[in-house]
Design a binder for this molecule. Structure first.
Ligand code: ADP
Ligand code: MG
Length: 417
């Protein structure tokens, strides 16, 4: 019965169906349903979809039938914007490799240059890497792309945003004219479309609308805070949720470091991830987070982009993202593969317009809450004629919202006792 909707239906061979089954994957996700048959038939594919919809397997499954394990040269290349994503993707491939004789190598920068170089000599058939580092190796003659027939550009929009556009062009010039291409992107902005037109031929466009991908399984909440009280606000939130794994996004590396230091000082089990850390350190932090040795990870956008960590129960936008797409990416770290997750966005009075922009562009409504988790009414623009609401004492620095919160918190505490 299950099989009728399963991977077998997509012309995936029995051995692979069995391996997928062993890793808990029986039913293809919508993007897989459409990408896998197309890629198996040799067609180019552009998949526009938010995070968490299963894009990785949609190109990993067909990859296996595109590679001849007898041939000891690179046949498939997967480009990723970050080391972490490259390692994660390589991990997915290895999980399905067992006895296939297919070797996968990650080429992703950091300190292991010599190690990578040595391994490249051992002739992997699949390379997963960041464009810059891969180019380094190619320039030094450590490997060649002359036999690549299967190219995946994962998170193209992010690679372009990070300025990898030229490196990608150079890499392409080192590959055979004839090859199959799969592009994944969360967005289809002008640059991505241009690249898509240039790199693909008669591509199947799979467009999974953002709304489908997010709203369903992620509870989206926003809380109005004061910049000066943000740290305490987050501490309150953490104590209330006691999260299994919470990912907290800051707008910059500096803010992430500062917040992490503060949280750590408060006794929270927390660490930080940002783009300027050494690879070893980043890997260590990710590993600790994956294994839930860490409870809270404070991150800058770049570092956490595309990462798939199971079990993230809360994502907090400590700093509200100004770009609705970033919002989607960040909150996509929770509620993965249909699990439930909560996304909490902090915003200050000045940032209300960013919040409204997110809501408008994504056609979602974030539930207004206070720090105690109580629903608060949306503040509607034209205030009604003021009458009674005279503030009791002089205006407190924290504003009416927070005062309500304190009260609510106090009463909650009392109830508990
Ligand atoms: P994306 O690249 O679209 O952000 P991923 O490929 O990282 O998404 O997949 C998100 C999560 O969904 C991963 O944990 C993955 O193991 C899981 N997943 C993918 N496909 C399936 C499937 N067919 N059945 C169950 N879980 C899946
Ligand atoms: Mg992905």
């Amino acid at each position: 019965m299950l099989m009728t909707a399963g991977f077998a239906q997509l012309k995936v061979d029995d051995a692979m169906v069995e391996k997928l089954h062993r890793t808990g994957k029986d039913i293809p996700t919508p993007v897989q349903e459409r990408a896998i048959p197309a890629l198996l038939s040799g067609r180019d594919v552009i998949a526009r979809a938010q995070t968490g919809v299963g894009k990785t397997l949609s190109f990993v499954v067909p990859l296996f039938s595109r590679i001849d394990p007898e041939k000891e040269y690179v046949q498939a290349l997967i480009l990723s914007p970050t080391r972490e994503l490259a390692q994660q993707t390589a991990g997915e491939i290895r999980k399905l490799s067992d006895d296939s004789g297919i070797r996968t190598l990650t080429v992703s920068g950091g300190k292991d240059y010599e190690e990578e170089k040595r391994k490249l000599g051992n002739r992997a058939q699949v390379l997963v890497g960041t464009p810059g580092r891969l180019l380094d190796h190619l320039r030094k003659g450590n490997t060649s792309l002359g036999g690549v027939t299967y190219l995946v550009l994962d998170e193209v929009d992010e690679m372009l945003r990070q300025g990898f556009g030229e490196d990608i062009e150079t890499l392409l010039s080192l590959m055979p004219q004839e090859h199959q291409t799969m592009m994944c992107s969360a967005t289809l902005d002008e640059e991505v479309r241009k690249m898509g037109r240039r790199l693909t031929k008669n591509a199947l466009l799979i467009d999974i609308a953002p709304k489908e991908a997010t709203a369903a399984t992620i509870e989206q909440i926003c809380i109005k805070v004061n910049e000066e009280h943000k740290q305490e606000a987050l501490a309150t939130l953490i104590r209330r949720y006691n999260p299994f794994l919470m990912l907290v996004f800051c707008s910059s590396k500096e803010r992430a470091v500062e917040l992490n230091d503060w949280l750590y000082g408060q006794g929270f089990n927390t660490d930080v991830l940002h783009g300027d850390m050494s690879q070893t350190k980043r890997r260590q932090v990710m590993e600790n987070f994956r294994k839930a040795k860490l409870q809270i990870l404070v991150a800058s956008d770049i570092a956490a982009r595309g990462l798939d960590v199971e079990g993230i129960t809360q994502v907090v936008n400590y700093d509200i993202p100004h770009d609705p797409e970033w919002y989607v990416h960040r909150i996509g770290r929770t509620g993965r593969a249909g699990n439930e997750g909560t996304a909490v966005t902090f915003y200050t009075a000045d940032e209300t317009r960013w919040l409204q922009n997110i809501e408008k562009k994504l056609s979602v409504t974030l539930e207004r809450q206070n720090l105690a988790g109580e629903k608060v009414r949306r503040t509607i623009k034209p205030p009604r004629p003021k009458k009674k609401k005279v503030p009791k004492r002089g205006k407190s620095a924290v504003g009416p919202n927070k005062r309500g919160t304190k009260y609510a918190e106090a009463s909650r505490k009392q109830k508990r006792k």
